[in-house]
Design a protein around this ligand. Structure first.
Ligand code: SF4
Ligand code: ZN
Length: 280
């Protein structure tokens, strides 16, 4: 089977496992992975309503360029890009957030997750689709295992059902290696940004990626390793985590479900804003 059919078939097989949905938010980053995800959805599921969303994080020399690619990708599929500009809407950028939180990626990740959920919820989307692929899953789950981050290990799943105002999430590329997606994007002639985010602090991630490339002699072996990590995660979930699981309650500030009284998004936004105000 050629690579295009393999990738499309794996996405189709995943999507068939989801409960029925009509309106899907696809998070576009301007890169090859999300461009491929949007392209595949329009190709194999043309009857679904797609909301392509780009979060402009205000990263100098990077966000504007990736937004342009995201717009081209949306328009090529006959869709209008929805842009959420963090600077305009929240009054700060991820560059500002980095001055408060030097390990910016985890804060940036949680801000992105929160905003995508809010946009999906307010626009009536049934599901949020992101382009995390097999390598992302392996790296993230192996990192959590090595650091004994049990909650993290258990929480990172290919599908999370809706929970009140938390919209369902799907990661239909989770069994597709990154190398397949790269080839797919090239074979389909997709336009995408090739530069990486200039402020990412991902040295550890890159080391784990290299270690996995050494350990796995084939893309199939990566899938075998991922199955093993998933097995460990499910066992932990059944036997350990339920006793520790915090009840989700509406955040005291924004109302979205959270395991804390005030959700981490609201806490961090407040801290970043007071930092900026203090500097003015
Ligand atoms: Fe955000 Fe880090 Fe990704 Fe850059 S690399 S967009 S800072 S999560
Ligand atoms: Zn909140």
């Amino acid at each position: 089977m050629d690579i295009k059919r393999i990738v499309e078939k794996r996405v189709m097989e995943e999507v068939k496992k989801y409960p029925p949905f009509n309106r899907a938010l696809i998070a576009l980053s301007g890169g090859k992975d999300s461009a491929s995800l949007l392209h595949i959805f329009k190709k194999i599921l043309p009857d679904k309503e797609i909301l392509p969303v780009y979060l402009n994080l205000g990263i100098d020399g990077f966000s504007e360029k990736s937004e342009e690619f995201a717009r081209i990708q949306a328009e090529k599929n006959g869709l209008k890009l929805i842009v959420f500009n963090v600077r305009k809407e929240l009054g700060f950028t991820i560059m500002d957030a980095r001055r408060v939180y030097p390990k910016v990626c985890s804060v940036c990740g949680s801000i992105k997750r929160y905003l995508l959920n809010k946009i999906a919820y307010e626009s009536g989307a049934d599901i949020i689709l992101t382009a995390h692929h097999l390598d992302d899953f392996l790296i993230r789950m192996l990192k959590s295992t090595l650091n004994a981050e049990i909650e993290e290990l258990v929480r990172f799943k290919p599908y999370l059902p809706r929970n009140d105002n938390l919209v369902a999430r799907g990661r239909p590329f989770w069994r597709v290696p990154e190398s397949f997606i790269s080839r797919y994007a090239h074979l389909e002639g997709l336009s995408f940004i090739t530069e990486k985010c200039p402020i990412g602090m991902k040295k550890n991630i890159e080391r784990i990626r290299k270690a996995i490339d050494i350990l796995a002699v084939s893309e199939n072996q990566k899938n075998v390793y991922l199955s093993s990590l998933v097995k460990i995660a499910r066992k932990l979930e059944e036997n350990v985590v339920p006793f520790e699981k915090a009840q989700l309650k509406p955040c005291s500030s924004c109302g979205f479900l959270s395991s804390n009284v005030t959700c981490s998004f609201c806490v961090r936004v407040k801290k970043i804003r007071s930092f900026i105000e203090g500097k003015q």
